[in-house]
Ligand binder design. Structure first.
Ligand code: G3P
Ligand code: CA
Length: 263
């Protein structure tokens, strides 16, 4: 059994609904995000791309091909053109056992629509994707956050690009930032890296498969949050919690809550 302290800590582990409850519904649709809320995810994860006419949309890939019936680069299409696409049917075709007719014809949401739908007090975990492809992305994000009065105490902005995070920090030093990391072999993090990241970020997000207990503990002991991605198996969630992670990105927020409750 857990001590009272450990049990209390475990409840605080952030449950980040990765692309929404994307294990159950087409990623980055309002329906997927709503399902994430219904499953008591603590955060809605939103990846950003930018249209030809400078609108921020929720999409993982730089291209339309995988998650819509369109083809080609997001940056070559206007929002009006992207709004004609079907962002749900691909899911039904790829996962027939999870298919639902209500997913057919779902639209690609703009960041604005996400803010309008979930409000200023929802917890957003927003990633600037391919910022080198989209000049002005950080400024636009900061404008939208201010326009919609999004609560910055709980807002997290993440990126693999430290340049993008540094830009974000310059535009609005009150934004809480998370440095994403991608490792292709067993990972270690140096004191110098920890110190450099602490200058602008509150935490790091490494891919889960390459980290170990020492990595997690070094990060946490240095006062950084650590939110590994993307963890969809209960055994792996349990292991990471035992190592002391402070949050987890998952496509199955319901499973993480079961683990947190010891089920
Ligand atoms: O943002 C955490 C994780 O989502 C990073 O990987 O490719 O799923 O955006 P990706
Ligand atoms: Ca992401």
């Amino acid at each position: 059994g857990l001590t009272a302290d450990a049990a209390e800590k475990e409840k605080e582990i952030l449950n980040v609904a990765h692309r929404g409850a994307s294990g159950y519904a087409p990623e980055h649709t309002l329906m997927s995000y709503k399902m994430g809320e219904q499953m008591h995810g603590d955060y809605i994860e939103v990846d950003l791309q930018m249209t030809k006419d400078g609108e921020l949309i929720a999409m993982h890939d730089e291209t339309l091909d995988r998650t819509t019936n369109g083809t080609g680069q997001v940056k070559d299409y206007t929002l009006e053109e992207i709004k004609e696409l079907d962002a749900g049917s691909w899911f039904n075709e790829k996962y027939p056992e999870k298919a639902k007719t209500e997913y057919e014809g779902l639209k690609v949401p703009t960041l604005e629509e996400v803010f309008q739908t979930f409000g200023k007090n929802a917890n957003y975990y927003i990633e600037t994707k391919s910022p080198e492809v989209y000049p002005g992305m950080e400024e636009k994000l900061a404008e939208m956050v201010d326009e919609y009065g999004i609560n910055k105490d709980t807002l997290l902005v993440q990126s693999f690009s430290s340049a993008s995070l540094l830009k974000m920090n310059e535009i609005d030093p009150s934004m809480k930032l998370v440095q994403l990391m991608w490792y292709t072999s067993p990972a270690a993090i140096s004191d110098a890296e920890v110190e450099a990241i602490k200058q602008y970020a509150v935490g790091i997000g490494p891919n889960s498969a390459m980290i170990d207990k020492a990595y997690v503990q070094k990060t946490v002991q240095n006062g950084l949050e650590i939110h590994p991605y993307t963890v969809n198996e209960k055994e792996e969630m349990q292991k990471l919690i035992e190592w002391g992670v402070t949050g987890i990105f998952t496509n199955f927020p319901d499973l993480l809550n079961e683990v947190k409750k010891g089920r």
